[in-house]
Every structure is written in structure tokens, then in C-alpha cells.
Design a protein around this ligand. Structure first.
Ligand code: AMP
Ligand code: MG
Length: 319
């Protein structure tokens, strides 16, 4: 059963994975409207399966306390990051997950190296950390807007020609360090078309309850569409690695994007395959001793082990 589901998930996400070492041209290689012949209703079922599997695997991840998962979400404005997080994480124990949203950096953040603020939000073992925007902004918004780079207070040697290639390498090295030490790095780019972004912006303007989501800056940022497409294409080409591949998720249909995001995360957890810890002979002997002590404390008339008594009673009535 689990194997069948695993297979289905692997098949769904395979075409979205950016093969390491390939030259990506977003517009040519990835269609924002792709939906793998799925119907919306099948999609709903599949998302429910994903949410269920995620809950199951996350519980094991937490219990084993050996591996952690970093789940990075990148998109242009209105790409659907917030909704994706809300849906994909809906069945998960909140204790095992934390979400960090990265905005314009603070003065304190600018006073450190560019990876510092992301490093502070990395997952602990057993946890899933979700990055709503991520360290990849450092080669996206920072690249598209040179004045943002100016604010980073870099020494002259750390700037200049070659800075983006160097940052790609540094990011790859950082992620390699994480994966080598038991932290899976999962990276999703929600790939939205220009026309769908226009529609979603207008919806945010048209509906009063969506107004808060809209900012005039979003329309200004949209003017840099082509620069962003180039920055994304180059970034995907340089930083999709075997250990930490990128997935380009078609984002024009929100329901399909959510299924894919969920599938990528579940796939990662299935590959980790975390196990509940099994206790050794010594610990089992301790449990037996503790059991005897607790059983001896049973009050007059109470069963020695009320839980076992109830379980046996149920088993008998079911027979
Ligand atoms: P939002 O996700 O809509 O709340 O917007 C967050 C804003 O922060 C976006 O406009 C991003 O471009 C901006 N932002 C995120 N990371 C950085 C960064 N490292 N440097 C400059 N701006 C950033
Ligand atoms: Mg915004």
C-alpha cells in the first residue's frame, strides 16, 4: 500500500525536478499550466492522501530525532506560497514544524553575512522548517535590484564580477553541509505565468477582504518580470544538485500546485524513511520493573493494569 502511494508520488513529481547540471530556460522548459492530466476531483483525493502521509511520516521523523527537513518555497508575488503552506501543512502536529517568512532584511541582519538570518531558522533534528522565501532571495531580489546589494555593507573584495557564481557555490556548499549532516533540503519554485499574476493582483484589488494582500510595490516589482525570469532560470541551473534538487511546480492552478508541493515533501520524508526508535533489552527490563511497581499500587478492587484490562475486554467483545 505505502509502496503504491510512494510510486504514484514519485511519478507525479519526476517531471518537475530540475536535472542537476542542465541549463534551465523557464519559459521554454516549464509550463505554469501543466497539470499531468489530473482532474480537480482526483487532485483533492491526492492532496488528502498527501496530508495523511505527511502526518504519519512527520510523527516518525520527530520520534526518531535524527533527521531534519528544510522546506524552501520560492515564488513571485501572488505565486501562492501562503496558501500552499496552509494546505500542505494542515494535518501536521504544530510542535514539529515552524514556518519562517523572510522579508526585507533588518539593520541587524544586514550587519551579518548574507546567510546568517537563514541559518538561525534552520530545523532541529526531528523538525520540519518551512522557509516562506529563503536564502535564494540573495541571488534573486538582490540580483534584480543592485541597490539592495549596496545595503549589504560588503567589503570590495566580496563584490564585483563573479559575485553571483560565488553565491551559487556558497549556497551549494552550505546545503551540502546540511545534507551531509542529516538535514534534507527541499526546494520548490512555484512557477506562475505573467497573465495569472495579473489576474490574481486584480482579484486582490477587486475583493475588499483581499485588499490587505495587495501592495503597490507588487505592481512595481512586476515591471522587472523578465529580469526575474532570467535570475530564476540561472539560479535553477546553478543550484539544482543531486542532494538538494529544485522542483519547478506549475502554479497557475492552485489546487495542482498544492498537490505537487505536498508530494515533494512526502517524497523526501519517504526517502528518509524515519523509524520509531526500538528500545533495547536493558530499557525493556526497566519497563518491566516500572510495571511491577505501578501494579503493586493498584487500589482495592481496581485491576492491576487498567489499560490492559480494558484492552482485553474490548478484544473479547469484538470476538
Ligand atoms: P512578502 O513575502 O509579500 O511579505 O514580501 C516580502 C518582501 O521582502 C518582498 O518584496 C521581497 O522581495 C523582500 N525580500 C525578501 N528577502 C529579501 C532580501 N534578502 N533582500 C531584500 N528584500 C528581500
Ligand atoms: Mg508581497
Amino acid at each position: 500500500m505505502a509502496d503504491k502511494r510512494a510510486e504514484r508520488i514519485a511519478r507525479l513529481i519526476a517531471p518537475l525536478r530540475v536535472p542537476p547540471g542542465t541549463e534551465v530556460d523557464l519559459a521554454r522548459d516549464y509550463d505554469p499550466r501543466y497539470k499531468a492530466h489530473l482532474k480537480k476531483r482526483e487532485g483533492r483525493e491526492l492532496l488528502a492522501v498527501g496530508v495523511e502521509l505527511l502526518a504519519e511520516y512527520q510523527a516518525r521523523l520527530a520520534a526518531q530525532d535524527t533527521y531534519g527537513v528544510l522546506f524552501c518555497l520560492q515564488a513571485l508575488d501572488a505565486g501562492g506560497k501562503d496558501g500552499t503552506i496552509r494546505h500542505v501543512m494542515s494535518g501536521i502536529n504544530p510542535q514539529g514544524v515552524h514556518v519562517s517568512s523572510f522579508k526585507v532584511p533588518s539593520a541587524e541582519e544586514l550587519d551579518h553575512d548574507y546567510l546568517w538570518r537563514y541559518a538561525r531558522r534552520l530545523p532541529a533534528r526531528g523538525d520540519i522548517a518551512v522557509f516562506n522565501r529563503s536564502h535564494y532571495e540573495e541571488v534573486l531580489v538582490v540580483r534584480v535590484h543592485p541597490d539592495v546589494l549596496d545595503r549589504q555593507q560588503l567589503p570590495p573584495k566580496a563584490r564585483g564580477k563573479g559575485i553571483w557564481k560565488r553565491r551559487y557555490r556558497e549556497i551549494n556548499d552550505w546545503e551540502r553541509h546540511l545534507t551531509d549532516n542529516g538535514f534534507a533540503v527541499v526546494k520548490i519554485f512555484l512557477n506562475l505565468s505573467r497573465e495569472e499574476q495579473r489576474t490574481r493582483f486584480l482579484k486582490r484589488i477587486d475583493l475588499p477582504e483581499k485588499n490587505w494582500k495587495f501592495s503597490a510595490a507588487d505592481v512595481r516589482e512586476r515591471r522587472y518580470w523578465d529580469d526575474y525570469q532570467r535570475a530564476f532560470s540561472e539560479m535553477l541551473s546553478a543550484t539544482s544538485t543531486k542532494r538538494a534538487p529544485w522542483y519547478v511546480v506549475p502554479a497557475d492552478r492552485k489546487w495542482f500546485a498544492r498537490i505537487c508541493a505536498s508530494a515533494v515533501l512526502v517524497h523526501t520524508l519517504m526517502e528518509i524513511d524515519p523509524q520509531y526508535p526500538v528500545i533495547g533489552e536493558r530499557a525493556r527490563a526497566d519497563l518491566r520493573t516500572a510495571r511491577r511497581e505501578l501494579e503493586e499500587q493498584a487500589p482495592e478492587g481496581a485491576p492491576a493494569d487498567p489499560y490492559a484490562a480494558e484492552r482485553d475486554r474490548r478484544a473479547r467483545t469484538e470476538e
